[in-house]
Design a protein around this ligand. Structure first.
Ligand SMILES: Nc1ncnc2c1ncn2[C@@H]1O[C@H](COP(=O)(O)OP(=O)(O)OP(=O)(O)O)[C@@H](O)[C@H]1O
Length: 225
């Protein structure tokens, strides 16, 4: 069974002004695809073709104009949203950090009701820190002082510790050097290999990265209708 299925989905482009009479323009339309377990799917398309928007629609952060997305054979509208979001995690290029230390940021997600059955696992976090060559003292750094790249690392660890089923990686290595980027790619590959029911979707402005990490690609192009 596919983890995710998109059926004839479409998203309208936001019009510059609500008052002027303009024909509806679609970023993408009639888009259908399936994501099978074990797949790393690359979303490919020029700037502004709606790659982030598609990831955000899958994460239920932006509405679709038409069509349906199904996760584990159930329409997104039928899912309990917090439960869905505990399994399907969207990683933004510029992650939001909460106040407090790195460790406080990693622990904060367990305060959400949907994660209340899970426990913060310091051993798992230590292993993840090692993956990124970070000393355990990194946990005590104030999150407000982190660089863009360090914030991305914390956001990736924050997500991976929750063992999601589907990761939506929106240019998640954009602020990282090549060595750290490689470490992220390895961490994602290990997470994927640990459970055959997992999958992820990448967007990246680096075509070589898309070639390197993904085994399927979906090309988005402007809808001409
Ligand atoms: N909620 C929304 N509904 C419709 N259109 C949107 C919405 N949010 C942003 N847009 C517009 O959709 C277009 C695509 O934006 P998006 O960020 O998804 O592109 P992208 O392919 O990820 O671009 P890039 O490669 O630059 O990251 C932009 O013109 C943006 O203004």
């Amino acid at each position: 069974m596919a983890i995710l299925e998109a059926i004839k989905i479409g998203c309208q482009k936001i019009q510059p002004s609500q008052t002027t009479e303009q024909p509806t323009r679609w970023l993408w339309r009639d888009l259908s695809f399936e994501l099978e377990p074990g797949i790393q799917l690359g979303l490919v398309g020029a700037t502004g073709t709606g790659k982030s928007l598609l990831l955000r629609a899958i994460a239920c952060l932006d509405p679709l104009g038409e069509g349906e997305i199904r996760y584990l054979d159930r329409s997104l509208s039928a899912w309990n949203l917090p439960l869905y979001r505990s399994q399907v995690i969207y990683l933004h290029q510029r992650p939001i950090m909460f106040e407090g230390s790195v460790e406080a940021n990693l622990k904060a997600v367990y305060q959400l009701a949907v994660n209340s059955h899970r426990r913060y696992d310091p051993h798992r976090v230590r292993d993840l820190l090692e993956t990124f060559n970070r000393h355990p003292e990194f946990l005590y750094q104030p999150a407000a002082n982190l660089s863009g790249g360090e914030s991305q690392i914390v956001a990736i660890i924050r997500s991976l510790q929750l063992e999601p089923t589907l990761l939506l990686l929106d240019e998640c290595t954009a602020s990282l050097d090549p060595d750290t980027t490689q470490k992220v790619e390895k961490a994602i590959a290990s997470w994927l290999a640990a459970n055959p029911q997992r999958a992820c979707i990448w967007t990246s402005h680096d075509p070589q990265q898309i070639q390197r990490v993904t085994n399927q690609q979906l090309i988005l192009s402007e809808y001409v209708g």
